[in-house]
Design a protein around this ligand. Sequence first.
Ligand code: TRP
Length: 325
Amino acid sequence: MKTVLTGIKPTGEIHLGNYLGMVQQLSDLQEKHKSFLMIANLHAQTVPYNPKELTDLTFELVSSLIALGIKPQKTTIFLQSDNPYHPYLSWILGCLTYLGELQRMHEFKEQSERYKKEGVGSGILMYPVLMAADILLYNADLVPVGEDQRQHLELTREIARRFNNRFGKIFKIPEALIPKETYKIMSLSNPLKKMSKSLPEGCLEIFAPEKEIEEKIMKAITDSGKEIKYDPQNKPGISNLMIIYKYLTGKTLAEIENEFQNVSYVDFKKEIVKAFLEHFSQARALKRKIKKKDVLEILKAGKEKAIKTSTPLIEKIKKITGLKV
Ligand code: TRP
């Protein structure tokens, strides 16, 4: 049995890209492994945010994850802020991480460009160190993430090796689990960009009202020509819709091409709307039943388990790094 850990930021409603990139992987992995799902609310503070919204989004996110198949009996669901050892270990690891390494991260470059006007908080720079702490604190073997987190995982591995070389073998070197094909579900409004909350018109939120889902899919950018054919180079819009349809229905791309020969883009989109609502109908119904009280209980149990699991490792780290007298 391995330890699986992943994190998700409570910065927006869960969308199809998150679901196919991470949630679906974890819902399979939790059956066989010791699993942790951390709500990365400290990471959410690295950019300007609204406190009330952060709390609300945290509740929403936890109930969405449960509705989508993350089982609290199998996966420890907890808030990053509920285990103070995360920022504690982050400090220790930060002292071993070079400034140049952090400045080279794609996400740092993007975010520091984006918040140039408001001012770039040092949290944006330290982001990957906190993430390394999240993972190493539980000695995770496997970390399911989307492709965009690959570089952060590589840095985590480097920091773990460096720590082990310097102080003795404490950490396992974690492995990223990045899904091959679904790693990049593209935006419906710009199929050259990844689906994300920053492009709201092209972002399919799983629990959005039916009407909104329908509108977004029907408005999705398509390509010239009228064939439903998988050709990401020349037909990025249709190819992205085909990938989405593939994962909603379990059909292969060849089957989809076959089924939609001589079908218009509009009719294909109508089928995607249907498939989407069908695929998530159970989760959508379940989510409505989850109460705030249930979420609070789950997070309380998660907090206890997270602290209990990480305490022995932290004790070893304190000793080995000279903090314990
Ligand atoms: N940075 C990750 C993201 O944006 C979220 C995250 C924080 C995470 N800590 C983590 C993912 C630890 C995996 C493991 O998707």
